[in-house]
Write a protein that binds this ligand. Structure first.
Ligand SMILES: C[S@@+](CC[C@H](N)C(=O)[O-])C[C@H]1O[C@@H](n2cnc3c(N)ncnc32)[C@H](O)[C@@H]1O
Length: 521
């Protein structure tokens, strides 16, 4: 079954859904072990290489290209025929750090020759070519948006990750072994790059569907990037990583439960899984209740309680776009449940090490903090989030057009969204939830104890070691809209509270139009 669907995928049509399939049926993801499957491409960008994926070069023969992104695969595949047609390909055997990948080959990537393999143009934007469910583009505008979003989250976390006492303990140097970090859906590669710089004794690998925009001048030696679709499984990484991070990738996942299992399998014993995801249910000013959707004429009667005349266009557009993603094969409804549950029941992780939480980012510079510095912090984050959302809502159009919406309606929705964002009315928060847990030492065993940093001896330590130790002792600056839940009970209480304000949803306009298109009416 999957092989035929995936052959369609390789030809550029829907990967996980065929006409008439029910909307919420997300098939289990394909696996690399199925010999009938085409093996998806994995492209590795080595730190030594002059890797620069030059977006303006797309479709332009006159630009010069760095043929320096290498393409790594475990076995020959359906994509091999595409490779062999490509001029001047060079395949050489094996690659450091992937010894277990028998038969691995490295393929020199040339952006001019190969670009259509990895990206395609749709409605004037550039999209990845591996996964049709993932709705957002991969181009300059999207990279700028992602970096703003990443900065806003990092301000709220007070660094690239929450709970630094756990993350930094897990990454403490260990004699005789290089610690490894995996960033799934690395986007621009910024987070992976920050981690490589911050932890120079580690080796960092970022994986994404699309070639990331690499800045050659700042590419650290301990960073590499691969192109791959994680829906095909991650068995080739089993037991290798000390930290596995995945942020805001759910829109491209076919089966979140399977992916979370795969991510746990990538961990070494004691390794940490950290997942961060945006919550599409925008919050009211009180940070507790969910803001209603704008009411549309086709929404139905008073039994539909999740809508209101004062409801939000932004909330509606984001939700309709997510329904569109589901139509194309993503599992966002299930992701929302999984994000609510945290990792207390993750089979390979120790529940004693689980925690969850979230940061609420204001949509626009409207909040007042308890003092001037808090107000400035919140409002700066608000500006970044508003810019991010002003960019994202039109990026959603492509996937909705594909599923039967018309441009005039989408333009009308988008201008209402822009007005809302400009007027800062309604005042809302965008929440990013996180969950983390460490892998057990073995089946049925707790996780090994967290490594502890040795206290540096003031007589023999370097100034840098003393400064680092001092830094660890300093109290963290606390973003005022952050929550952490250390127990399953606290997490469940938050989940129940959130769900109690959902209300009854309207029928989705996108889904109704898509069903009509499918029925040919
Ligand atoms: C919203 S962006 C987030 C990027 C980055 N993690 C960040 O937080 O800035 C999601 C990224 O995940 C990638 N992605 C989505 N589905 C994927 C999949 N199945 N396999 C690999 N990468 C995926 C997309 O290409 C995109 O770059």
């Amino acid at each position: 079954m999957y092989s035929s669907i995936l052959r369609q995928d390789a030809a550029g049509t829907l990967p996980f859904q065929t006409a008439g399939q029910p909307l919420k049926t997300n098939p289990p993801p394909p696996t690399r072990s199925d010999a009938s499957l085409p093996n998806p491409p994995r492209v590795t960008i080595h730190s030594g290489a002059k890797a620069r994926y030059d977006q303006p070069a797309l479709g332009s023969a006159s630009t010069t290209y760095a043929s320096s992104i290498s393409h790594d695969r475990t076995t020959r595949s359906a994509y091999s025929s595409m490779e062999s047609q490509a001029e001047g390909q060079s395949i050489r055997g094996g690659r450091q750090g992937r010894e277990h990948d028998e038969g691995a080959s490295v393929y020199s990537y040339n952006s001019f020759r190969d670009v259509n393999k990895y990206v395609k143009e749709l409605h004037g934007r550039i999209f990845n070519n591996l996964n049709d469910a993932y709705l957002l583009p991969s181009d300059e505008d999207e990279w700028a948006r992602l970096d703003k979003q990443g900065s806003a989250i990092a301000i709220a976390f007070n660094g690239p990750y929450p709970c630094p006492e756990v993350v930094e303990a897990v990454l403490l140097p260990e004699e005789g072994r290089t610690k490894r970090i995996l960033d799934i859906g690395c986007g621009t590669g910024t987070w992976a790059m920050q981690m490589a710089v911050r932890f120079p004794h580690t080796s960092v690998l970022g994986v994404d569907l699309a070639p990331p925009p690499i800045d050659q001048t700042s590419f650290p030696p301990n960073l590499s990037l691969e192109i791959d679709d994680v829906n095909f499984g991650l068995r080739h990484f089993a037991g290798q990583f000390d930290l596995v991070h995945m942020r805001c990738v759910s829109g491209g996942l076919a089966n979140i439960d399977q992916t979370i299992l795969d991510l746990q399998e990538c961990l070494r014993p004691g390794g940490l899984l950290l997942i961060v995801d945006g919550d599409i249910a925008l919050l009211n000013e009180d940070r507790k209740t969910i803001h209603p959707f704008i009411r549309l004429p086709e929404d139905g009667g008073p039994e539909i309680t999740a809508v209101s005349e004062q409801g939000s266009w932004l909330r509606r557009l984001i939700w309709e776009a997510c329904i569109s993603c589901e139509i194309s094969g993503a599992c966002l409804t299930r992701t929302d449940e999984v994000d609510d549950l945290g990792l207390w029941d993750a089979p390979l992780c120790d529940p004693e090490t689980a925690c969850s939480g979230g940061v609420d980012l204001p949509i626009g510079p409207w909040p007042q903090g308890k003092d001037l510095s808090e107000t400035q912090l919140l409002q700066y984050v608000g500006v970044l989030v508003r810019q991010n959302l002003l960019s994202i809502h039109r990026a959603y159009h492509s996937i909705m057009l594909k599923n039967g919406m018309d441009q005039a309606t989408l333009d009308e929705w988008s201008s209402n969204v822009e007005k809302e964002l400009r007027d800062l009315n309604p005042r809302m928060w965008l929440r990013f939830r996180f969950m983390m847990a460490r892998r057990r030492a073995g089946e049925g065993l707790p996780a090994p104890p967290l490594p502890t940093a040795p206290t540096p001896d003031p007589l023999t330590s370097t100034a840098q070691e003393l400064e680092d130790a001092e830094q660890r002792r300093r109290p963290q600056v606390r973003y005022p809209a952050m929550d952490i839940y250390y127990t399953r009970e606290e997490n469940m209480a938050r989940m129940r509270q959130r769900r109690s304000t959902f209300g009854t949803f309207p029928p989705s306009v996108v889904k109704t139009r898509w069903e009509k298109t499918q029925a040919g009416t």
